[in-house]
Write a protein that binds this ligand. Structure first.
Ligand code: ATP
Ligand code: MG
Length: 266
């Protein structure tokens, strides 16, 4: 079997180590997931049958060229948009079967979102940005404030709690966005190119924070990035191309060089 065939044959089950009893706790599963934008001749087949498995507690990177379907995949597994075909199971529950209230709970409590463009509220301070989703979740203001300061401390920016986004650098804004995504103690953190607008050093420190959240709090982190140099910080990497899973690999099996990546046993 040549290298290409070997990669094509990889499935998540092949390469994730088993737990003590051989179990692999799955948190998200997609089955033949498809998404078509538009219709007729102008239709875009953004996802074309994505079968993927995300394991509880892992840090997985999603890579692929621009337009390959990464954001569409994130929007589907984050229940922000619905697929044209296929199924998404979160904790083995089909998202399509959830009521509006259950979906709202999923989006507010179970999943935290970090976007490339930070999406902070401009006229609010760092602390207010972090506490807003807690207000929606019914957390008392004094509790929210305390938890908000703890989270700003976790991401290393507590001293900036009174600053508005315009008074902060891109890296600082992204830290606030991570704190906000964590405020309702999600089990899953979705980060769509959280380092794309940042220089390498800042990008590394942002991914370092995500790594800490993953390792210390057991949060499942799914992160897309274009930067090969950041892949060594992940447990697994899933490549998407033309709306399909091209390959899944554990990061220790990759030789990561600056700007390039080789498969095979490192
Ligand atoms: N709302 C939309 N309406 C129509 N087409 C869309 C929409 N969103 C995405 N697409 C198309 O679907 C395909 C996948 O887009 P997607 O944003 O998922 O790619 P991506 O991998 O995230 O790219 P990038 O790395 O540039 O962010 C692209 O061809 C894109 O033009
Ligand atoms: Mg995208």
């Amino acid at each position: 079997m040549d290298k290409q065939e070997k990669h094509a044959a990889n499935t998540a089950e092949d390469i994730v180590p088993t737990g003590r009893n051989g179990e692999r706790p799955v948190i998200i599963r997609t089955l033949d997931l498809a998404k078509v934008y538009g219709e007729g001749e102008t239709a875009t087949h953004a996802l074309q049958g994505v079968n993927s498995t995300i394991f509880r507690g892992e840090l997985i990177a999603v890579m692929g060229p621009s337009g390959s379907g990464k954001t569409t995949y994130f929007n589907m597994i984050g229940a922000l948009d619905s697929p044209t075909n296929g199924r998404i199971l979160i904790d083995e529950v089909d998202v399509a079967q959830l009521s509006a209230v259950e979906l709202a709970f999923l989006r507010c409590r179970k999943i935290g979102y970090i976007f490339q463009s930070f999406n902070l509220i401009r006229y609010m301070t760092a602390l207010e940005n972090v506490t807003v989703p807690m207000a929606f979740a019914g957390v008392k203001p004094e509790v929210a404030r305390e938890r908000g300061m703890d989270l700003l401390d976790l991401v290393g920016i507590a001293d900036r709690w009174e600053h508005r986004p315009i008074e902060m650098s891109g890296g600082q804004q992204q830290r606030v966005a991570i704190a906000r995504a964590m405020c309702n103690l999600p089990q899953i953190l979705l980060a769509d190119e959280p380092t794309a607008n940042l220089d390498l050093v800042t990008g590394e420190s942002i991914l370092g924070i995500l790594q800490r959240i993953n390792k210390e709090q057991g949060v499942t982190v799914i992160c897309s990035t274009h930067d090969h140099r950041l892949l060594k910080m992940c447990d697994r990497i899933m490549w998407i191309r033309d709306g399909r899973v091209e390959r899944v690999e554990r990061s220790e099996n990759l030789k990561i060089k600056v700007g390039t990546i080789d498969g095979g046993q490192a």
